[in-house]
Design a protein. Sequence first.
Length: 207
Amino acid sequence: MIHEIKNPIVNHKLAQLRRKETSSKDFRALVEEIAAMLTYEVGKNFQTQTIEIETPIKICRAEFLDEKNFVVVPILRAGLAMSNGVLKILPNASIGHVGLYRDEKTFKPVEYFFKMPPHFDEKILLVVDPMLATGGSASAALKLLKARGAKKNFFLCIVYSPQGIEKISADHPDVEIYMASIDEGLNENCHIVPGLGDAGDRIFATL
């Protein structure tokens, strides 16, 4: 299932993110803020447990999330900036990492790193990457996670292309996708149009 978050605040942050003159410092901050808002939306799926607590006034029953039941999984390297935003909402979640890069000739993803916390296969995974272009890296990351036992996966991104959504929907119909915007498509270099530019370069000031 695909969820495009329609919210004036998200749209405002996204417009700032798209501007080519936005500094790396501001770009990182905006990515974090949008990721936090996407996490809020994903959170509508989560179940709470009711626990008895004492307020300064009286004893009552309140709903809590087991934050330790979540794993934030950034797809390296650009996903790191989004993970910070998710952790602002779920600060006690654990973190895993999937390292993939896109071969510049074939545009195919190549794995170079995989590290997950213990028992991650029993938890809810929030896989994050700012951009979903061809969908190759995201699909490969989800395939790696599933092959190692992951069962409950959500994918969060900021902008995506129709081609990317088509691939993820075909390869992983069980994964719910949350994003801020659907863009026009891909250019001849498989970059999202109008997109954000190279999110990794903009985040880490490696332009």
